[in-house]
Design a protein around this ligand. Structure first.
Ligand SMILES: [Zn+2]
Length: 375
């Protein structure tokens, strides 16, 4: 089950998530429509159903409105604003960044070859106290590409740009480049956030998002800012046995049944799990679990259809910050869990940087490249 760690806590920004549900004021609604329009414009999703001809577009923030004429104008105005050149100043091994979402950020670069383990290699260079956290952070990112418990090998190469975010507890990885000898593959992820994006994400050099999203039909949650853990990943430099996927989301975010099935139990072991739901899906050979909820809207024995709302996400039980812990367990083999991004019944998609933001994106990539050269 969920084993929160120090890292868990450190990974969460301490600023309060934005409240979006309680809008009653007309002006706020207007702002929301604008905001939604910006997001809709920002990403050209490769998901088939996200098509401009539809009346709603699936984005970061769940279904949103198609931009209006006024919103388009405002969007153009904003995108000129964001054309501030990005650059950096160096002082020793630290770099001060300027421009766009990088304004005022202090970052460091790290280049290493993996020796006996990733943690060992990072700790040879980075100060004790931070190195384990950093190694776990790298592993967490790598778990999008490979099996961190098997595929990380001696001789692998890491190029990294990272830093501490001001006013937040925790590390931020801006760019990770990894050469895996075992897979004989170069892996790369670059953080990017344009002014009109609510949450940034990680993209490869071509502008394809490397972090996937579950399609809206089967996703247990639509509105989340980040995935902070995948099953079986490494934490604090060690295999955690974390069985679920953690979606960071504010308390009260709607949670949906991933697939049709029957609710087998709710609210067991609440000290650890908080308010929780388990649904049985015999046709898929799995059970799905939803932990740390704020509210449970179903009862044991109840049949639920795919996509219906079953509860609200929360921060109950052993949880350090608002998030949904979502788990897919095999019915037959007790210890087997599935990564939702690999599980065959979950369709997934990722986004691509739109032409409109291509220049801004390329600029960020060039900045990251020059930082790594200077470092
Ligand atoms: Zn979890």
């Amino acid at each position: 089950m969920h084993r929160p760690t120090v890292l868990d806590k450190q990974n969460w920004p301490d600023k309060k998530p934005r409240r979006k549900n309680r809008m009653g004021v007309g002006l706020f609604i207007l702002l929301m429509i604008f905001n939604a329009a910006f997001i809709a414009f920002n990403v050209s999703s490769s998901q088939t159903e996200a098509n401009n001809n539809l009346s709603s577009v699936e984005t970061d923030e769940g279904p949103t409105f198609v931009p209006t004429q006024t919103a388009r104008k405002a969007e153009r105005a904003r995108s000129t604003q964001s054309a501030t050149p990005v650059s950096f100043q160096s002082s020793g091994d630290k770099f001060q960044l300027t421009g766009g979402y990088l304004e005022g950020k202090e970052v460091r670069t790290l280049r290493l070859t993996v020796q006996s383990s990733l943690t060992f290699s990072v700790c040879r260079i980075v100060a004790e106290g931070q190195c384990r956290r950093l190694a776990a952070h790298i592993a967490r990112k790598l778990s999008w590409f490979l099996d961190v418990n098997k595929d990380i090998r001696k001789g692998d190469k890491v190029d990294l740009i990272y830093g501490n975010l001001p006013g937040q507890v925790g590390l931020k990885i801006w760019k990770l480049k990894y050469y895996s000898g075992y897979l004989d593959k170069k892996l790369e992820m670059n953080f990017f956030k344009s002014l009109n994006m609510n949450y940034g994400s990680y993209f490869d050099r071509q502008g394809k998002e490397v972090i996937s999203r579950l399609d809206s039909r089967s996703t247990p949650i639509r509105n989340y800012s980040e995935i902070t853990a995948l099953p079986g990943e490494m934490r604090r430099g060690q295999l955690s046995g974390h069985a679920g996927t953690d979606f960071k989301a504010e308390v009260g975010t709607p949670i949906f049944a991933s697939f049709s099935g029957r609710v087998t139990r709710t609210n067991w072991n609440t000290r650890k799990n908080g308010y929780c739901i388990e649904i049985d899906h015999p046709d898929k050979g799995v059970k799905t679990l939803y932990l740390h909820l704020d509210k449970v809207l179903v009862r044991p024995g109840q049949r639920v259809k795919q996509g219906i709302k079953i509860g609200h996400s929360g921060n109950t039980g052993r949880s350090y910050a608002p998030h949904l812990h979502y788990e897919i367990k095999s019915r037959g083999r007790k210890k087997t869990v599935y990564n939702p991004f690999i599980f065959k019944y979950h369709k997934k998609y990722s986004r691509t940087i739109s032409n409109q933001h291509r220049k801004e994106f390329d600029k960020a990539i060039r900045l990251y490249d020059s930082l790594l050269q200077a470092g």
